[in-house]
Write a protein that binds this ligand. Sequence first.
Ligand code: HEM
Length: 209
Amino acid sequence: MVTLASEFINAGTDTTSTALQWVMANLVKYPHIQERLLDEIKQVVVDGVEDIKEEDLQKMPHLKAVILEGLRRHPPAHFVVPHCVTEDTILGGYLIPKNSNINFMVADMGWDPKVWEDPMAFKPERFIGEEVFDITGSREIKMMPFGVGRRICPGLGLALLHLEYFVANLIWKFEWKAMDGDEISLEEKQEFTIVMKTPLMAHITPRKC
Ligand code: HEM
């Protein structure tokens, strides 16, 4: 039980908090995206409401798009846990021998210009469309911040819920602005996850909702 609990805590805390920091950094760097998100929240939540509830999040497609764009542009894990090939496999003309250890270039998949237009730009609108984006990659794999297949992150649903809940409430309650003269650097640093080299510093002001 202790090992299980520790695995969930280790795998679930740094990843989610890193993703949250990257999303908030982009909302500070690009105030028009923060405004767009606030507009959506205001259409769902009435003035004076203290907390945005879980059921409200389902009515916010732009919020989901912001989170997905954050995970595409800044996946907290640039690789998955190493996997092992169970039988000789030919992939793209290359033989991957049985028992080889393999991994996946998670970040590079999300930044592939053949798949994503202007991939290094933060554009949540790319996820707004007729279809809900399939983050599990069961139909096609365009990015895989949680891995895919049978070892996909079991905390995926919880992580998305936490990210949506925190981002929505942080934007609903506060206006986030860059500090004077601060450019918000998106440079990365490898720790347990890929974190912001210069951690986010921002001026936050309570909104008069
Ligand atoms: C934004 C947040 C998160 C991201 C980006 C993330 C990403 C990942 C990735 C890439 C893997 C490896 C998948 C593979 O090997 O193919 C993984 C595995 C795992 N994650 Fe997450 N994760 C997140 C949040 C969470 C949360 C909240 C929990 C639990 C509460 C969790 C628990 C786990 C566990 C236990 C594994 C190992 C699964 C296995 O080996 O079968 N993760 N995660």
